[in-house]
Design a protein around this ligand. Sequence first.
Ligand code: ZN
Length: 294
Amino acid sequence: MARNSIRWFLAAAVVAFAFVAASASSGTPPPHSLRLYVFDCGTLHVDDMARFQLKKEEVSTTDLSVACFLIVHPKGTLIWDTGAVPDSAWTPTGNPITQHLVLPDGQTRDVTMRKSLQSQLAEISYAPSSITYLALSHYHYDHTANANAFAGATWLVRQIERDIMFSANPAGAVQPSTYSALRDSKTVIIATDDYDVFGDGTVVIKSAPGHTPGHQVLYVKLAKTGGVVLSGDLYHFPEERALGRVPTIDFNRDQTRASRAAIEAFLKQTNSQLWIQHDFVGNAKLKKSPAFYD
Ligand SMILES: [Zn+2]
């Protein structure tokens, strides 16, 4: 081969490699260290505080935040919880819009939405189809809304939770149509209390049953921020934690108490923060994507 041809061949190979690498990661090169993004997935208005064994006078607000999270690791990405209202069910206008949800069993909920999950992902150059892993804290409607958009990811779930999700009548506030596509997803059944997602101890799904049988929380070990545990629904209101209240809606309230004790011990042992995902006041203080924690 003449020298010019070799040069041309090498240049073409570099371009082809760059193209493949870029399409595999949706144009975003992976960062060198771990990042945690917080998305605004709405505000849930609670009208029945008795469900949480609390009175209106005992809480600073009856609103709950709905949060979704993206963990970006050098080896891949994990979406943790997917909101209460599917992106396909409403159109953002730039102003808050309150959606009235009617669940299959007739229960209703009002959720105020500001941004779609997909637009928040797009803002940091991710498409749902580019995400490596999907994990849900549990199967209730306010965590599964956009799950179908991540059916191309590998789903990390416990057998007991998956069995309930695809049973004839899953208990609790559910919207099975929002996660039906996961039935055919590539799935990893988690059979241990702890599941180390990327194999280096920095992103660990931890069993915390009680709210639902396969409920789980997520430990993220960040270089600058330190350890953070995303609570799922281990607690909803910070007052549940302060006053020792357990929601009446939990699948097994004794199991919830035991899971709370275990996670509180873990927080102490690792000197980690607990982010109560539904804590409206706590969530308001978190920086939101495109800013991130590292
Ligand atoms: Zn919830």
